[in-house]
Design a protein around this ligand. Structure first.
Ligand code: MG
Length: 389
């Protein structure tokens, strides 16, 4: 049984480690804060024993990140707080679908821990919802789809607000399923991430997108081609050279590529994404921070990663003219990006009121159903011809 003790007090770490040893646990590690603990959890842990009251990342926040990492081991909560706080924390952890063995009030005794840990290694129960263990059939089917070219790319235009010229496209993956027809990404991107297929999928999408970009460019149509990239893929140090090489083969210079980066889960290790993104930027690739305003730590990312574009999430765009809070967020995000010299993109513009507001705020680009839905490359030419009138 691999145990991890998270407590800011050295004395408690030593005490609990000793108790666990006495209970027969062989592999016990201890961390003094949540951030360090998340890294250890990534290595594989069966039971996390976590103090709720810690400076920096507190126990409650730590539990949320633990759930976000899809941690499937057990959790024991420890606190010097009164029983009610401990129970609330337990309920909260269960709401995150974490397997909570119980809560122990300090002082921790061998008897109390021994009773709880009896259940520690029982197999994980099947969870409902998006965190359910992935269906091996779905994984195989997706693997097959990637290998047999069933994934295809749709393109949604990004137009300049000032003169409505289409300056770029976002590439969006679709699955042409032999029986189910066109499957949207929300139905399979999660599976790809869980099953370790995301790199293969990104590769397919990137190749198709830049190939199309190269064909457009050969016809004198200079469109910046954006591809979504999962933070999970940014651990590959070969990525900058690989992507730029693929694009060069397609006849697309790095300056015509935009990578839209979303942080869907906490980055336990930021070193490799930071290096990979910085090197991509140095090669001339544009970096866009996607779904801005909804992520884990968007502002912090903005400070440390050399993004060139900021995409304001649709939640703050559509209907913002009538929604005071959304409008305030839209406005402040736009001016934040402008003051950092970044290109701003408003996503999800669906009606004239959205477009008018976006224009009034000096946002550079607009993308949304009001102009065009994502479409296959073969429809794009016709759409563009109409658009130019
Ligand atoms: Mg995107």
């Amino acid at each position: 049984m691999r145990c991890l003790v998270v407590d800011d007090e050295a004395f408690m770490r030593t005490l609990i480690t000793r108790i666990l040893g006495g209970l027969g646990a062989r592999d016990v590690r201890a961390c003094e804060d949540g951030q360090a603990a998340l890294v250890v959890v990534g290595d594989g842990v069966d039971v996390v024993l976590c103090d709720l009251n810690m400076p920096g990342m507190d126990g409650i926040e730590f539990l949320r990140h633990l759930a976000g990492m899809n941690y499937d081991g057990a959790v024991v909560l420890i606190s010097g707080e009164d029983e009610r706080v401990l129970q609330t924390a337990k309920t909260l952890a269960q709401a995150h679908e974490l397997r909570v063995l119980g809560a122990v009030a300090k002082p921790v005794t061998p008897a109390a821990l021994g009773t709880l840990l009896k259940d520690a290694t029982r197999p994980t129960t099947r969870r409902a919802g998006p965190r359910a263990p992935i269906d091996p059939v779905a994984v195989e089917e997706l693997r097959e789809a990637i290998a047999s070219d069933q994934l295809t790319v749709f393109f949604q235009p990004k137009a300049r607000v000032s003169d409505r010229v289409v300056v770029g496209v976002e590439s969006l993956v679709r699955w042409r399923h032999p029986e189910r027809g066109l499957v949207p990404p929300v139905a399979f991107v999660g599976v790809a991430e869980e099953a370790g297929l995301i790199d293969a999928m990104t590769d397919v999408v990137f190749r198709q997108a830049v190939a199309q970009g190269g064909r457009w460019r050969a016809r004198g149509l200079d469109l910046k081609v954006a591809v979504n990239i999962s933070v999970d893929s940014l651990g590959r140090y070969d990525l900058p050279d690989t992507l730029v090489g693929i694009a060069a083969d397609a006849g697309l210079p790095p300056s015509q590529i935009m990578l839209e980066v979303t942080e869907s889960r906490l980055m336990a290790d930021i070193k490799s994404p930071l290096e990979v993104l910085t090197r991509l930027r140095m090669k001339g690739v544009g970096l866009s921070i996607d779904d801005f305003g909804t992520g884990h730590s968007s502002l912090e990312q903005l400070r440390r990663i050399p993004f060139t574009e900021l995409k304001i999430d649709r939640a703050f765009v559509h209907g913002a003219a009538r929604d005071k809070a959304a409008r305030a967020i839209l406005e402040s995000n736009a001016s934040l990006a402008q003051s950092l010299g970044m290109t701003t993109v408003a996503e999800g513009a669906e009606d004239q009121a959205d477009v008018t507001l976006v224009a009034a705020l000096g946002i550079d680009l607009i993308q949304g159903h009001f102009f065009a839905k994502p479409m296959p490359a073969e429809d794009f030419d016709d759409w563009l011809a109409d658009w130019r009138g």
